[in-house]
Design a protein around this ligand. Sequence first.
Ligand code: NAP
Length: 251
Amino acid sequence: MSLSGKTALVTGGSRGIGKAIVQTLARAGAKVAFVYHSNTAAADALINELKAEGHEVVGYQADAASKPDADRIVEEICEKWGGIYVLVNNAGIIKDGLLATMTAENWSAVINTNLNGVFNYCQAVTRPMMSARSGRIINISSVAANFGNPGQSNYAASKGGIEGFTRCLANEVGRRGITVNAIAPGFISTDMTEAIRNAAEDTIKKQIPLRRLGNPEDIAAAVLYLASDGASYVTGNVLTVDGGLTLGAGM
Ligand code: NAP
């Protein structure tokens, strides 16, 4: 699945799932820009790794929740590379807590990063994508959108919002040659899930029919598919990549 000659922008691209997406898209031949929040060492290490392999990659430090940052970064990339073919909205955080005691700050932080960030980058790229009459938008949701996990009302609201948003935008821009899809990962081994993995990895595995946690590369492979020519007739979908977790308790 070659992306040779294509350009991509990935938010939250310095660690975890986003890092694997950046690596996968770059190794498929795309020029890749990514946004990260604060871990400059991780971003620099990724840039150096991919440049050493001969790939064109650039990192931007910014807050996904900032609309001015999104507008500026998209404009800069379009000037530099002539457009953006693939946008992956991956930046996301958790700030879990029962609603009774959840602070307004923790509610807003999750909604602003996870959901408003998707609005910011989608709105910034749709004009250049519409002019180009082509583009692929891939939003990273979560199986938590539909689980009702106690303590994740902010996170579930953000991810459920992403899925509804994805369907609306797919309908709005389909006639301009742009596809818009979401991916809902299950449990993936990243920094985000480190605490819960340490506490309950064996219990979690028993609930997954494929009997393993996902790797960031499992999600990156799904992103590559949705970005590829083979997915040109796929839009408005949520692709679940969870080892079967959402089928119900494993046997
Ligand atoms: P992670 O390991 O914590 O990495 C998060 C990435 O997002 C980092 O690159 C981080 O940058 C960046 N980021 C965080 N806040 C940001 C902000 N405000 N602006 C820009 N970038 C920001 O997370 P992950 O597990 O890879 O998760 C990636 C996505 O997958 C998230 O949307 C998450 O909700 C979703 N997801 C994850 C799982 C899972 O099991 N891990 C399951 C379902 C869905 P810095 O390095 O600078 O902090």
